[in-house]
Ligand binder design. Structure first.
Ligand SMILES: NC(=O)c1ccc[n+]([C@@H]2O[C@H](COP(=O)([O-])OP(=O)(O)OC[C@H]3O[C@@H](n4cnc5c(N)ncnc54)[C@H](OP(=O)(O)O)[C@@H]3O)[C@@H](O)[C@H]2O)c1
Length: 499
């Protein structure tokens, strides 16, 4: 099996409290421009593996030193580091080239997003300078900006070229570059995002979610598009499913910020033409869930997607993109598993976005008396008219009026956040929180359970949702072991009694 080298790039001199030294990394990169040489030396002693010295140079930022100081630092680094990164625009001076021999050079270019032609020209200039390794890194503002560096990798088919796109929109390229020949994949030691390496995924995430450094063959790419995707657990589940079933597929995060998804058909076409990979389907999350239905139109939207104007899956069949939502089944399956009664009960769905609307329809179809609750009046009233359900503004919502409450806003992703007070939560009431956190329960789930009431977690919703998505995208069932071994999905929890 092919392997790449996962590199943990240190941007700060210490790890966050509790974070272990990244054992999964085969290499360590030390950003000397941010750390200083003394801290680099300390980390190098601790690393016990090969180290890359990187003195990034951005005008007006740390590391933007005069040429003499820079030269002196690079010459000194060459005495102890395994590889020394040389900026192709600044460091090709005789003194530097004399001190850093070709076998120790990583010749690097960083810049704005560029066309494939521009990157080819950049490569031609770099290739004239002997080096152990070359690195070409444009900055992506949109997922489409990541195609050019990967197309370059595929066309040149070398084992000494690293090419990917920086920026959160380029995060997907860091993973896929390895499959297209990049010998190194750069991550960070911890999960804390940094403006100094935007879009870098944590080394442990590269391993658990994306299977690196091992490289199984890949012919098909799926993914998740939306604002909040870089720390989603969906890639972990899908990729584990592909691994267990031996599918030649990878599921990647495509970070986008605008609602617009009109780029997708052309993007999928470029995947085929320029990367030799199929991109037949995506999960979509906020802010795309409504736009994707509008773009697909009635004929290629499932009934529920159309009636709720929300879809979270888009799949290409016979050359056309079709939308689907699993929002109803992924809510009702865990509710049934918890044996929470629905028919005849008073239910509130708090949040009328792309997740809340299908949830409301599912509960109403199961016989609940559903009230929609929303922060903004515009969206709440629009959803109420669309679905034919009553609406309450969030400011007048009180939990004591309801037996079942579904929370469908993003509030709760951070420590201690709860959108509404739980005072007066009825005896026998249940709460479903669509939000989940990577490492702990949400404060809403904790507070509901502390009151002795039933809570369904966002992870349970996610597990049900990914099961549906996996089947829709691959035509196969997600192996139960992928869920059990990777996400500690809870069985319907015993209700905790308040102390
Ligand atoms: N566990 C899972 O598998 C799963 C599945 C789907 C969704 N989710 C989670 O559910 C949440 C909602 O997803 P979505 O797709 O419906 O998003 P969305 O389409 O963007 O809608 C967001 C909704 O939340 C409301 N909202 C946003 N920020 C708020 C705040 N600070 N206070 C009060 N209300 C606020 C919005 O109200 P306004 O109209 O006032 O903006 C809107 O109704 C997300 O956190 C998502 O991660 C989880």
């Amino acid at each position: 099996m092919r392997r790449c080298q996962v590199v943990a790039t240190f941007l700060t001199p210490t790890l966050p409290p509790g974070a272990p030294f990244p054992e999964a990394a085969g290499w360590i990169a030390l950003r000397a421009d941010l750390l200083g040489d003394a801290a680099c030396a300390r980390l190098q002693r601790r690393a016990r593996r090969p180290c890359l010295y990187s003195l990034r140079s951005t005008p007006g930022c740390p590391g933007d030193e005069d040429d003499a100081t820079r030269t002196a630092r690079l010459v000194r680094a060459a005495k102890t580091y395994d590889l020394v990164e040389l900026d192709v625009l600044r460091d090709l001076r005789p003194a530097v080239l004399a001190a850093v021999p070709p076998e120790q050079r990583m010749l690097a270019w960083y810049g704005a997003a560029a066309s494939a032609t521009a990157l080819e020209q950049r490569w031609a200039g770099m290739a004239a300078v002997p080096a152990a390794c070359y690195k070409i890194v444009p900055h992506a503002l949109h997922p489409t900006d990541g195609l050019a560096p990967l197309a370059l990798l595929r066309r040149l088919n070398r084992t000494d070229l690293v090419a990917y796109a920086e920026g959160e929109a380029g995060a997907w390229t860091r993973v896929l570059a390895a499959y297209l020949g990049s010998p190194f994949v750069f991550g960070t030691p911890s999960n804390d995002p940094s403006p100094h390496d935007p879009g870098a995924l944590c080394v442990s995430q590269l391993h658990t979610h994306y299977g690196l450094p091992e490289l199984q063959p890949v012919t098909t790419v799926f993914g998740i598009a939306g604002t909040s995707v870089l720390h989603s657990l969906a890639p972990l589940l899908h990729n584990e499913g592909y691994r267990v079933l031996g599918l030649k597929a990878r599921y990647l995060p495509f970070k986008t910020t605008s609602e617009d998804l009109s780029w997708l058909p052309a993007f999928a076409g470029h995947f085929q033409d320029r990367l030799g990979l199929d991109l037949p389907g995506l999960t979509v999350v906020s802010p795309h869930k409504q736009a994707v239905v509008r773009a697909a139109g009635r004929a290629t939207s499932s009934d529920l997607s159309w009636s709720t104007q929300a879809a979270n899956n888009i799949v290409r069949r016979n050359g056309q993109w079709h939308t689907h939502t699993d929002g109803a089944s992924s809510l009702m399956e865990p509710i049934r598993a918890h044996q929470i009664p629905v028919a005849g009960r008073r239910a509130a769905v708090v949040g009328c976005g792309g997740a809340g609307r299908p949830a409301a329809v599912a509960l109403a179809s199961a016989g609940a008396h559903v009230t929609l609750v929303n922060r903004s009046l515009d969206r709440g009233q629009w959803a109420a008219a669309l679905l034919g359900l009553p609406f309450l503004p969030l400011t007048t919502f009180a939990v004591d009026d309801f037996d079942l409450i579904v929370h469908a806003t993003p509030v709760g992703k951070r420590d201690g956040e709860v959108l509404f007070p739980l005072d007066g939560l009825r005896e026998g009431a249940a709460v479903v929180d669509l939000v989940y956190r990577a490492a702990s329960q949400t404060a809403l789930v904790e507070q509901v359970r502390a009151k002795g009431r039933e809570a369904v977690t966002g992870r349970e919703i996610l597990a049900a949702s990914v099961r549906r998505q996996f089947h829709l995208l691959t035509g196969k069932d997600l192996p139960a072991s992928a869920l059990r071994s990777v996400v500690p999905v809870e069985q319907p929890a015993a209700v905790h009694q308040p102390s």
